[in-house]
Design a protein around this ligand. Structure first.
Ligand SMILES: Nc1ncnc2c1ncn2[C@@H]1O[C@H](COP(=O)(O)OP(=O)(O)OP(=O)(O)O)[C@@H](O)[C@H]1O
Ligand SMILES: [Mg+2]
Length: 243
């Protein structure tokens, strides 16, 4: 089966006044269609940076990312914008909702931008899937942080991306909304569609088909269909620098 995403030797360094810092120290990975891959690791281990580089939102200092066989570095800005709009979805911790638009219109926006006609039933079903039917007409400023996060998730899912990147998608959610969102993401990753999710919630991470444990910008451990206990043990080992 061809890879949906293929990354080779990703290095990311930042140059500051006190010298250069290596944030990604040469990461290679592949993601297959239908997979939910979760990424865990201590704060500062490079999880968000990795997600940004895998999704083309940031460029690695060296190394290569291919999605559906396309090397992201070969796409110009316009071609990448189109590719991203048509094939990729993002849920980031800053929700990036448009303040002037209602929850409903925020969800419909990607379809509008790509020139398609908005399927209202699909938008309503996305709102209902995240439990927000009743706030469809409210603007982001009238929503709680958790509600905004769920609108951002509904917006990403409604656009049906082949590959969805999510950074702490349940970070602002209570247990019940969080588990609803996790079920949605778990269900979404099937057939041709994949999800890459960064999380601090190790039980959530254990829903992944594969779990990558990062430490110091490298993949310390990779687990295949682990239990939550396996993930806890691997994260503890990574924290202590044990193998
Ligand atoms: N623009 C930047 N310039 C310099 N250093 C940066 C920059 N962005 C990130 N870093 C550094 O890179 C390291 C990894 O950051 P990253 O955000 O990827 O961590 P993370 O694993 O997502 O952490 P968290 O769990 O806290 O979200 C951190 O030490 C951070 O300070
Ligand atoms: Mg982060």
């Amino acid at each position: 089966m061809p890879h949906l995403l293929f990354a080779r030797d990703l290095v990311k360094t930042y140059n500051g006044s006190s010298g250069s810092t290596t944030v990604l120290a040469g990461i290679s990975l592949a993601i297959q269609p239908g997979e939910l891959v979760t990424i865990v690791g201590p704060s500062g281990s490079g999880k968000s940076t990795l997600l940004q580089c895998l999704s083309g939102l940031d460029s690695p200092t060296s190394g290569r990312v291919e999605i559906e066989g396309t090397d992201l570095a070969t796409l110009g800005a316009d071609a990448f914008a189109e590719f991203r709009r048509d094939r990729l979805g993002f849920v980031f911790q800053s929700y990036n909702l448009i303040p002037a638009l209602s929850a409903f219109d925020n969800i419909a926006l990607p379809t509008r931008l790509s020139g398609g006609s908005v399927d209202k039933a699909r938008v309503r079903s996305a709102l209902s899937a995240v439990g927000l039917t009743e706030v469809a007409r409210q603007r982001p400023s009238q929503l709680s942080g958790g509600q905004q996060q769920r609108v951002a998730i509904a917006r990403a899912l409604a656009a049906s991306p082949a590959l969805l990147f999510a950074d702490e998608p349940t970070g602002a959610l209570d247990t019940e909304s969080g588990s609803r969102v996790l079920t949605l993401l778990r269900t979404y990753a099937s057939g041709e569609r994949s999800v890459v999710m960064v999380t601090h919630d190790l039980e959530a991470a254990a829903l992944g088909d594969r779990v990558l444990v990062l430490r110091d910008g490298g993949i310390h451990t990779q687990l295949v269909r682990p239990t939550a206990v396996d993930v806890f043990a691997a994260v503890d080992n990574a924290r202590q620098g044990r193998r």
